[in-house]
Design a protein around this ligand. Sequence first.
Ligand code: GAP
Length: 616
Amino acid sequence: MVAQEDVIELAKRRGFFFGANGAYGGVAGFYTYGPNGAAVKDNLESAWRDRFTVRQGNMEIEAPTIMPEAVFEASGHLDGFDDMLVECPECGESHRADHLTEDNTDIEEAESLPVPEVEELIREHDLRCPSCDAALSGEPVEEFNLMFETSIGPGTGQPGYLRPETAQGIFVEFPRLKEYARNRLPFGVTQIGPAYRNEISPRKGIIRVREFTQAELETFIDPEEDEPPLHEVEDVEVTLYPATEQEDEEGEAYTTTVGEAIEKGVIGSDWVGYYLGVAQGWYERVGVDMDRFRFRQHLPGELAHYAADCWDAESEVGAAGIAAGSSGDGEEPRDGGDWIEITGFAYRSDYDLSKHAEHSGESFTVFKQYDEPKTVERAAVDPDMATLGPEFGGDAGAVADALQTLAERDPDAFDANEVEVEVDGDEMTVDSDVANFSVETVTENGEHITPHVVEPSFGIDRIVYTVIEHAYRTDEVDDEERTYLALDPEMAATDAAVFPLVSNDDRLLDLADEVTGDLRAAGLSVEYDDSGSIGRRYRRQDEVGTPFCVTVDRDGVEGDDPDTVTVRERDSARQVRVPVREVADELDALLDPEDDRAFDALTAAYDEIETGVETA
Ligand code: GAP
């Protein structure tokens, strides 16, 4: 397994990603994607859109990234979106108290522990400041809200926040979105875009940053009726690490099928199970190594304030600071890397829509039409306003409303001579006779229900990192060591590179231009490179994961094979000589995800050129 430092170094050198604002010293937690990284990220987002928007028949929206305070009061983020912070008394550096605990003890999920317990662990293990080694024992652990605050408009403005999850942009627009869905459940809305969290200690390159991209799907369902198409995924094999296994000292992750895990109650929600199955196939498609991947259930104390059940997709990446299995300066060899959360799958119940309904006064319900009209008994009141008016003055209307609510909630209360209702925090007593309580028989065509939400929430940056690291390989070609990225062609930044062997022969340059034009006309993204030795040009493309290199050499313009080029496959470094007029069609077919043709098809059809590869 490669160390994270090596991947981050390659990422910077080859234009995948690097710390932003370097000219001004940089600010931790912000990264710029270079040309190769931006292209890989874009490919990953397209693959996500294809699977979770288009193929699922969902709608995609794009909402603002700054939202007013009221949204986050309602969503619970103002009160509950905190991380544990401990500040060093010597150097003043802030640290995530739960991460320090996890890094220095056997505890895996310190986030799920209460604050006093984390303070106690810091004391017990004499944890020290990672920056200056001062003792942190006895320092208070505080809850730190992760949202970035801003002010909207000039002057003091109104407070706003950069959204900490894209999801809220979907929830607040529900009253309109349900109209686009013709008021029929279930329906899904997706969004890909930036989210912002003022992380206490951003670290590990793009794995923990302050601005990142989420791809989220909010599925709105009727919990009583809507079922996912489980038959599509019930046989999909998944590696699960349930809460029970995490709590058991001997426990470990195991492989099962989605269908079996749901049947045995390991996955509590059919909908969450369904999305684990769909996502499993997608991770395979984009190149996550399935031997370094699992679904981990949240421990009870770890659940977000909105979540009723939650599973994370986790990938294993090289440990920071030391390559797994190797022994660095005085450090013990490690068998594995770090497990990072790349996606959260949450059953959010009706939490979000109910909260927004309560705080905004808008309707966040859907009218559910019955198959047949139903005759039901309805408790109702018809208060005598001539009595309520003089008795309660301006509150009389509110008292009447409260009586109706009480009738629906607790009709038996009207058996007593008096009933009590609360208006603006004050208890009011009303004679039952004045309420005129009755039970009516009515015919109803349907009811208003608040949908439940099932949410897969993908962290695009962490998946980009995983895909790059899991593709990282070294071997020897022609007695020279090389590093290459075995990226799936759908993810690679460039489809093909074209090289004229030398840059001082017009015939080679003209043919290289012609081939580049043909490939671009076929829709391939092509890099043209005529600088440096041919070996170096191959190494450059190998390191960014370009699947094919096309070289125009002298044999291709004269000699026995005129109008031919060599085509080299990245992973095997095998080369074949292909006629110029065929090359665009051949590469187009090899790159087509729907076409399972392999490079062997070319070696069978054309002359292969001898090269030597040894895999390290
Ligand atoms: N709407 C649900 C939600 O936001 P989350 O688990 O907090 O859930 C979803 O975030 C995903 O976003 C995570 O699985 C992770 O991949 C990514 N993510 C969260 N915080 C991040 C950070 N600081 N840097 C990079 N990615 C992050």
